[in-house]
Design a binder for this molecule. Sequence first.
Ligand SMILES: Cc1cc2nc3c(=O)[nH]c(=O)nc-3n(C[C@H](O)[C@H](O)[C@H](O)COP(=O)(O)OP(=O)(O)OC[C@H]3O[C@@H](n4cnc5c(N)ncnc54)[C@H](O)[C@@H]3O)c2cc1C
Ligand code: SF4
Ligand code: SF4
Ligand code: SF4
Length: 347
Amino acid sequence: MGNFETLEEEVIKKGKCTHCGACISVCPDYNIEWGLDDRPRMDKGKGMCKNCTECYDGCHRVNGHFKSKELDEYLFGRARKVNETLGIYKKIVSARAKDEEILKYAQDGGIATAIAIYLLEKNEVDGVITTGKTEGNGNWKPKPIIARDKRELLSASGSKYYIAPILMKLKDGVIDMELDRLAIIGLPCQIRSARYLQMIEADLAPAITVTIGLFCTKNYEYDKLSALIRANGINMKDVNKMDVSGGKFHIYSNSNDITVSLKEMEDIVPAFCSDCEDYAAEFADISVGSNGSTKGWSTVIIRTDKGLQLFTELEEKGYIEIKNMDNLEVVVSNSEKKRQKTLNFQN
Ligand SMILES: Cc1cc2nc3c(=O)[nH]c(=O)nc-3n(C[C@H](O)[C@H](O)[C@H](O)COP(=O)(O)OP(=O)(O)OC[C@H]3O[C@@H](n4cnc5c(N)ncnc54)[C@H](O)[C@@H]3O)c2cc1C
Ligand code: SF4
Ligand code: SF4
Ligand code: SF4
């Protein structure tokens, strides 16, 4: 039991907050906002806290709240076996979008964007909560968005290497925009938070219709990442793409391309990534990454019945093409490595 003050003490001030934005959405009185210091803060101007405990109860990072085993049972009807390193799933394939426009802007095989476009075009969701880019000079700074059409999804595609509090958009979508069916594309920690809201039957949770998770080893503090890029002579507005491969961080820009060793970037990884054991977005309907597939293709892990139905439709209706995975072992190995690094993995 707690209120926002307790949440601040137990999660936010301890650097455990994963910036999911869920507490903002679950507060019935609009008391919480995303602060300029990049963390949730009490917005005293908008109302008075009624100590209702919703923000505390809805935070997946409060000690003892999120339990992988319970969530496995809730989503898949059973706990995972010890050898199910990637979490429970039905099928793993390599896939890519068929639409050239998607492939032009996508990070890898454009599967995340293709799924989202399909959901909107077939009217299976009303909007897609995901991560867009801030306009102007800081245009790689991630920002939460609700995409409503293909154009918005294309401009959001590609990986931004920091995190935005996307679940604060849940309230905007459901209450302000009156959208009943929302897909979520997010990092493993964002998918965990969304699933946690479903498991505790938070008021807004029924609107979460489909979850698409991205693989994630780690993330980088935006201000420090952009300082590093500028120090290498590249203006942020000239950056075309960032990517991680072969133990290196690659930045492609209009002026020149640079490569930085991931070891050199260790000190700009946010504190909250240090105890994260989820590499392959283990609780999404469908998880997508690049690891294990050839360049330009995505590795796709289909986990739930809903995910399987959706993915089959995408293939049948010609949105995507599929082939066998090139290297499943490397995905399993990366997942194992991430879990081993985590000290407080909850079973
Ligand atoms: C921080 C980060 C770390 C990653 N680490 C790995 C890794 O270690 N191994 C691996 O195989 N893959 C990793 N990925 C996933 C990979 O970069 C691609 O996102 C994934 O392969 C999907 O490619 P796609 O072509 O299908 O995506 P696209 O079709 O280009 O769509 C990407 C979608 O992801 C959303 N998105 C972009 N940036 C973010 C963000 N910061 N937070 C939440 N959503 C975002 C976009 O809004 C878009 O909807 C990482 C992604 C991110 C953002
Ligand atoms: S709900 Fe999310 S944003 Fe809010 S404190 Fe918890 S982890 Fe941070
Ligand atoms: S009103 Fe409830 S949800 Fe909002 S800040 Fe206070 S305790 Fe948290
Ligand atoms: S490493 Fe974990 S906590 Fe950090 S951004 Fe990735 S999924 Fe979130």
